[in-house]
Design a protein around this ligand. Structure first.
Ligand code: ADP
Length: 404
């Protein structure tokens, strides 16, 4: 019996000891697990931070390199330390550091950087840079930096060339429009005053009214052309989608529009266009372009001459872009002297300004905007407009529109 009791006590003690041992072992296992988890979390956090820092650095580098502005950092010895991609394109250097003046050749910029270091203040100025025979305008901002690694300056160069050019175009445009309107307005005013103040003979009266009417029409054409040009230039302007059109239909529409003028001058217009030629184009705009070309061909030719319009699909276009729609409008008119051939596509450019602006003569005509409109329409189709002309012989305008 005692034997059994001893065995039972021994077993109970062993169980308690074993249980305690198990509990301790379990606790240390749990502690170890917790410690491992803690460490893992710590490591995860660290590596997370490391990758976050990496991502931040990567994005800063990406932003730095993809900025449209050229950004350079310069030390107090006036040496370039860092350049982004735009800066490297502007000032190609073999290696860094390199002297700011040597890399950029801009004494003005060096002076501004020195000033920023001396005054410890941002410096702003405008730089005129001449490259490959062209003038570029840049806004320079130099910001002095005082970092743990030492003093430096960030130079930010913003290209204002395009903005400047657009501003100039806008000013010229406004000046040209007012200049163009001034002549017809003055003529209308002058002749109206004469009618009101003087007793005119019937013939004189009719002549005055005719001039008033012609100048009113001139202003009407000018405003219509201006509206067309502005709507073509406005990239945000919604226009109907390109659609497949029968080209000979568009040609006939244009011929019909200039028919009254051709009839008055006894000009013979002939056309040749494959009747089944179809293309995806802005149909109504092609008609506008053709009307302008045909109208000029008739206007700048003597009476009873011939004007031709010839359309073809050129499969073997030189530029290898695929099929090109080629429309040629040729005349036997006064022609365009070589020195003006580049300029006739500019807004308001006319070869014979004196004749065009007198307003009183029967030939008083164009707005000087027709070919600018044609060029815009060509550009909208990724195409081109070219001229071949000989003074006194005639002109041939070629409108090319890629179809693929
Ligand atoms: P405009 O309204 O004066 O005709 P355009 O822009 O259509 O304006 O043409 C610009 C200038 O180009 C004309 O003023 C004229 O001097 C010249 N020009 C255009 N087409 C012809 C042509 N077929 N023959 C001769 N000169 C032309």
């Amino acid at each position: 019996m005692i034997y059994f009791i001893l065995i039972a006590l021994f077993a109970a003690a062993a169980a308690v000891i074993f249980f305690n041992l198990y509990k301790r072992a379990n606790r240390s296992l749990l502690e170890m697990q917790a410690q491992v988890q803690e460490k893992t979390r710590e490591l995860e956090l660290q590596s997370g931070m490391a990758s976050r820092a990496g991502i931040e650095k990567l994005s800063t580098d990406l932003i730095f390199d993809n900025l449209a502005e050229a950004v350079l950092t310069v030390n107090t010895n006036l040496e370039l330390l860092r350049m982004n991609a735009a800066a490297r394109t502007m000032f190609p250097v073999k290696s860094l550091p390199v002297s700011l003046l040597e890399a950029t050749g801009l004494l003005e910029l060096e002076t501004s950087v020195k000033k920023a270091f001396t005054e410890i203040m941002p410096v702003k100025n405008r730089l005129n840079i001449f490259k490959n025979g062209r003038q570029y305008i840049y806004a320079a901002a130099i910001i002095p930096l005082d970092t743990a690694a030492g003093k430096a300056a960030a130079v930010i160069l913003t290209d204002l060339t395009r903005l400047h050019r657009l501003e100039q175009v806008r000013k010229d445009f406004a000046a040209n429009v007012s200049h163009e309107l001034r002549t017809p307005i003055q003529l209308i005013k002058g002749y109206t005053e004469t009618i009101l103040e003087q007793k005119l003979e019937k013939d004189e009266l009719l002549h005055s009214i005719e001039i008033i009417l012609k100048n009113a029409q001139r202003m009407e054409h000018l405003t219509a052309d201006l509206l067309t040009l502005v709507s073509l230039e406005d990239e945000t302007n919604s226009r109907p989608d390109m659609a497949e059109a029968n080209i000979s239909g568009l040609v006939l529409e244009a011929i019909q529009a200039v028919y009254p003028l051709a009839l008055a001058k006894k000009t013979q217009i002939t056309e040749s266009c494959p009747s089944d030629l179809k293309a995806v184009v802005y149909g109504p705009l092609i008609v506008v372009a053709l009307i302008n070309l045909l109208d000029n061909a008739v206007k700048y030719s003597p009476p009873s001459s011939r004007v031709k319009i010839k359309v073809s699909a050129d499969e073997t276009a030189k530029d290898k872009t695929g099929t090109v729609l080629v429309i040629k409008v040729s005349d036997e008119g006064i022609g365009i002297p070589g020195e003006y051939q580049e300029r006739i596509f500019e807004r308001f450019f006319r070869v014979d300004k004196a004749r065009q602006r007198t307003g009183g003569s029967a030939e008083a005509g164009g707005t000087g905007l027709g070919l600018a409109i044609v060029r815009h329409i060509a550009m909208l189709h990724n195409g081109s407009i070219e001229v071949e002309s000989h003074a006194g012989v005639g002109s041939c305008f070629t409108l090319k529109i890629p179809l693929n």
